[in-house]
Each structure stands twice: as C-alpha cells, then as structure tokens.
Design a protein around this ligand. Sequence first.
Ligand code: BGC
Length: 417
Amino acid sequence: MKFHNTLLALSFLSISFIPSTRAGEVEVLHWWTSGGEAKSIAVLTEMLEQQGHSWKDFAVAGGGGESAMTVLKTRAVSGNPPSAAQIKGHDIQEWAGLGFLTSLNDVAKQGGWDEVVPPMVTNVMKWNGQYVAVPVNVHRVNWLWVNPAILAKVDAKVPTTLDEFFVAGDKIKAAGYVPLAHGGQPWQDATVFETVALSVLGSQDYVKAFVELDMAVLAGDKMVDVFSQFKKVHDYIDVNSPGRDWNVATSMVINGEAAMQIMGDWAKGEFTAAGKVAGKDYLCVATPGTADQFIHNVDSFVFFELTDADNKQAQKALAATIIDPKFQEVFNLNKGSIPVRTDMNMSKFDQCALDSMAAFKATAKSNNLVPSIAHGMSTTSYAQGAIFDVVTSFFNDPKADPKQAAQKLAKAVKAAM
Ligand code: BGC
C-alpha cells in the first residue's frame, strides 16, 4: 500500500514538474531583501525548484545594489562568480566587455524574446548582438507615494508641481508630520535628485546632461535651478533620515508618520505586502512636474560562464522562467513594477501599474521616456559615481551653493569620462 502511494505520488510529480534534464544548481546574487522584494524573488525560487533544479540564495542587502555589486566584484575577481547575478543597465555592457558573461541567444530564440520585449529594453540586454542578460521588469522611478489621510487632515492637495509640493509640505510640517519620508543614502538622494532634475530641465536637457554628458547643460543655468529646488526639498525631510533604508521610509508613509515619499515603484511592493490598497490607503502619482514623463529602471539578470553541464541547464531554465508570462504576472504583482513583455493580460494589475504601463507606452512615443541616473540606466558606473558624490555632498551641506554645485557636477563627470 505504502509502495503504491509512493508510486502514485511520483507519477503526480512527474506530471506537474516534468524535469526535462538533469538537475543543476544556480547560485543567484541579488539585493531583494525588503518585505515586498523577498516575496517577489520567492516566486522565482519556487518556479525554478518546481523544474527540479536547486536555488542557492546569495542575497546582499542594500537598496539600489551598491553593496551587492561590491561583493560580486570580489567574487568575480577571485575567479569564483555565482552562476547568476542581478546586474542592469550600463553595467551589463561593462561585465560582458570583460568576458565574464555567457550568451543566452538560444534561450532567447526559443522564447521569442525579440518579439515580446520592446527593443528599447532588448538593446540593453545585448552585447555584440548576443543576449547576455534577461530582463525582469520595468520600474518607473518618478513616483510620489502619498498618504491621503494626512493630506486630508491638514487640508493639502496632492502636489502636481514643485511649487505645490512646497505649499503642501509647509502645511504638513506645521501639523507635526514628516512631509517627505527619505533615507539619506547616496542612491536615494540621487533618486530624488533625478526627479527634480527631470521636472526642471525637461526630458531633452535631462538626456543631454545625464546620457550625453553635455558639459554646457551640466554646468548651465537650468542645472543651477535644479540644485536650488533640490535644496528646498531637503527642508521637508526629518532629521533622522541619514542612513535610513528606503523601505523604512516607505513604512513611515504606510504608518501615517510621513505624508509622502519619492521612490520607484518597488515601494508599491511594500504597500502591497502590508495589505494596503492603491487608490484607497495610498496614492501613486507622478513626482511634481513629471506627469508626462517616465524615468525607467529595468531589472535584469546576467549569467556567468560555467563548466558544469547540469548547472548550465539550470541557468537556461532560470533565464527562460524569468520571461515566462506566468512568472511575469505574479512577480510584477508583488514587486510593484510592470511586466517587461508587451503581450501580457493586465487584468490582475492595479491602477498604479495600469497608469505606469500607459505612461511607458505614451512617453516612448513622445520622447519623454528617460533612463534613471540613480539606477544605472543613464550612464557608466564611473560617471554615475561622480554624480552621486556631488549630489549627496550638496544635499547634506546646508551651506552648499547651487551654482558651485553645477560647476562641480560638470567637472566631476568630465573626470569620469
Ligand atoms: C532595483 C529595484 C530594487 C530597488 C531597491 C533598484 O535599483 O532596480 O529592483 O527594488 O533598487 O532595492
């Protein structure tokens, strides 16, 4: 009887899991450790394990991934990289150029990636015409997360311009709430900075400054204005912000301690994990002055060259799973982002995701879809580091001068080119 039951269980297993090849292991480096992020990556672990492979988790905490990248470099340099790593934007090209990454062309061809993912994304995933990365999602960075109950209490309206933001901020502050929840870490400072920069510069000059690294725009009058406005934003942050993690800042909005946060839509993952409903418990609106613009941040995974045949199979299975519509749906529902495929049924997604998808498509047509500086999309890691240094030291120095900051920005970027 016992034997019979085991056989029965095994036959069910083979029906539902159908491991097509021998089992391998993938060690995956990522920085998805907050509540919403952990829930999201758990879906991938589960789907890989259902195929008979095993997942070795290599999580390095730290929003924005700076710590993860430092650890990854140490492992790769010592000749012992993991099999997969969360790497995105310009870094993909840098790692591929150094010869570390394996080609995913066969998996991409089989999955028809070229047909279902927009070229604006696939271009970043390819190096020398070969797929070396698989995209996971599209995050919009220029979101303002709002606690509507606080705004109602202080009789403030949801700000649509920077001036309106300052008016609302004054009311919120006077009532004893924190207007803007923020974590004082370079990447979070840069996240707020890029939304202010987009609002003040407009899309064209934003691209000139942060993609083309045009010195005249970087040091120009409009950039001085960017720094002036950015300085004003600092007045609405509480004194305990230095070092605070981004998800702790999000929880301040969730708990009713702070009224707003400027953060990409991974913040929505925290609201969702806390059981909060978009449009009711919290609002998602574009950051002041950027309603018709979209700062994008595309997450992706790369795969390192391996020798073990089973582990190579596991890598391929992981890459194929990431693009699978079933994974795309569940993962992005948890993560707060939108699917990277254009052929998805979006019926399960909330208003924030639908707005994001509509804005993504509209801004691609109107030339208002711009890459994130803070999340490695707009330029090399060297220029990004230079921008972070100037932005963070300016933001944390009450005496810093906007005009000098613009000049410093241009100089620092030039030295990193
Ligand atoms: C990543 C997101 C992540 C966020 C915070 C960003 O750079 O693209 O996926 O949720 O950092 O950790």
